[in-house]
Design a protein around this ligand. Structure first.
Ligand code: ADP
Ligand code: ADP
Length: 233
């Protein structure tokens, strides 16, 4: 089943005397278990597309299906509930709250959906090994490095067991060693079955995905598949 399907998505921004066609006709699908990357230069339409895929903005026309459901046919509250339940988010600048320690940052999405403490502990126990975050949980975000912050942010995104993980330039604020570590981590959680869509302007980052879509002037103009060989790394 497709986790995500874009059909003829268009987005027009209308200001006083300027009409911008940020997305002109975007069509693609993401299958369950896929790791897909969207690449494009500044102004290509990446942010616009990601906001629509994240259900934070609506297309001007076209259809977005997530888990087979047409987001355009749902009420606002239903879309919010869907987003909280089914989508996980990782950002360039981590978006962790410095008032809370790392464990509480990770638990926050589950606290907000009023899940039991025992479920949170159970989910964290399953993830912490693969993410290598045991020693970070009692610390606060400002006490750890950028790469470590992003590991915590990935744990927070995964704790709700989302059907799709959306990552916006997740290595954009990291040095090259930390970037590599985070990309290896995406590779690992993908190998464990997580469906991932990552937006980036780094070809190095995109090369970790199964499939890379290149976007320019609001259309996908090229697509490449990565071979099965693991040779490069
Ligand atoms: P990217 O993330 O690839 O840099 P964006 O999606 O931010 O691209 O922008 C795509 C195009 O849409 C650009 O021409 C940009 O100027 C325009 N745009 C983006 N957001 C707005 C907005 N809120 N109002 C008007 N134009 C916008
Ligand atoms: P990573 O590869 O996880 O980003 P680094 O090599 O950047 O880790 O950091 C190594 C060690 O330095 C970490 O154990 C971390 O605790 C510490 N460290 C790095 N940056 C900071 C920071 N801004 N504040 C506190 N400790 C830091």
């Amino acid at each position: 089943m497709s986790i995500l399907e874009c059909k003829n998505i268009k987005k027009v921004y209308q200001t006083k005397n300027l009409t911008t066609e940020a997305l002109r006709d975007v069509n693609f699908s993401v299958e369950k278990g896929e790791f897909i990357s969207i690449m494009g230069e500044s102004g290509a339409g990446k942010t616009t597309l990601l906001n629509i895929l994240a259900t934070l903005d609506s297309p001007s026309s076209g259809v977005l299906l997530l888990n087979g459901r047409n987001m355009g046919s749902l009420k606002k509250e239903e879309v919010s509930a869907f987003r909280r339940r089914e989508l996980g988010f990782v950002f360039q600048d981590f978006n962790l709250l410095d008032q809370f320690n790392n464990r509480d940052n990770i638990f926050l999405p589950l606290v907000l959906s009023e899940e039991k403490e025992s479920l949170m502990q159970e989910r964290l126990a399953k993830m912490q090994g693969i993410l290598g975050i045991e020693e970070l949980l009692e610390k606060y975000p400002y006490e750890v490095s950028g790469g470590q912050k992003q590991r915590i942010a990935i744990a927070r995104a995964m704790i709700t067991t989302p059907s799709l993980l959306l990552a916006d330039e997740p290595t954009g604020a990291l040095d090259s060693a930390s970037s590599e570590m985070i990309l290896q981590l995406f590779h690992k959680i993908h190998a464990e079955g997580q469906t991932i869509l990552m937006v980036t302007h780094s070809l190095r980052a995109a090369s970790y995905a199964d499939r890379v879509l290149f976007i320019k002037d609001g259309v996908v103009f090229h697509e490449i598949y990565r071979g099965n060989e693991e040779g490069q790394r």
